[in-house]
Design a protein around this ligand. Sequence first.
Ligand code: FES
Length: 370
Amino acid sequence: MTTREDAPGSTGGADVPGPLHGGPDDDYTPEQLAAMSREDLDLLGARYDGVQVLHTEPGPEPGSRLEKAAVRQVALTFALAGLAAFAAFVVYAGSGWFLPDWQWEITESGWSALFTPLIGALGGLSLVLVGVGMVLYTKKLLPHETAVQDKHDGSHFDRVTTGATLVGGLHNSGLARRKLITRTLVFMGSGVGLMLVMPLGGLIRNPNTGDPLGTTSWAEGVRLVRDDGSPIRPGDQVPGSLETVFPAVPGGNRQSDAATMLIRLRPEQVRVDRPRENQEDFGYGDYVAYSKICTHAGCPVSLYEQETSRILCPCHQSQFDVTRGAQPVFGPATRPLPQLPITVDDEGYFVARSDYIEAVGPTYWNRERI
Ligand code: FES
């Protein structure tokens, strides 16, 4: 068997200096390379790379108190990262099982308000601890070396010696003999892995009840009120004006999906008004009410140009014609603004006759419900 000493042109590793002539693939056959140890290949590759080591600082002495203390610090950090990741998973998976269920509708306090921030905080803490553990490991346990080297040319020799260098890096990391760190790494990896895939659980189990993204607070008999809560009667607005209204329910003026434009058409607009099919009676007199959420990407639309009867969205310039059922007539929106059916109650105030009959907001939500 060819040894490193008999190999033509071999340096035999760093301990045998010698001139390096021709390309490395001319100096060493694949069989000779295969016969060398990983350490020799690593050193040989470094010589051919023209590696110049500028500075070396060995890691802590194996088995020393310094190394043991550093191992404990790193292992503790990885263990805490794993614990935080598992906790995030438990919050997510346990909600509705042994923890309270959470709902899309957030009340002022309680589990639903805590649910998302808790998962975010635990997940964030876990990832920060992963980073801290990596930095501690690199700083305290790995040997430090500063070196410069030439670029590789991709020859067989380069591939073999680079492979040896990479394996050598793993070997020098000392992971194989630092069992405490490998165990906590496995624990942390399992937790972080679970945490990263757990959002896919939403595809299996939807914790929301009802259709929170397809419905709003509007319902039969709910009054239309201004931001300050005052109700509106027909005649309060001048023809050609627009007012933003909200459902008269607790917190109604903070529900962005329920924001609605109440528009009083001018007589000439009423004459040419062509509501959408089966929505001919959604208006009341010369009033119509449309969702304020753009069907393109959800921006609030409220730039009303009464001369052209168009509502403009400032985000990407979609325009909706209020005399044609708020159909889009310009821009990227492809769906009309949903119309709120309205009437007046016994006291003469505007009320909704029902919720919107279609999802408000971006067209995406108009997909077939499942
Ligand atoms: S969000 Fe309105 S046009 Fe894009």
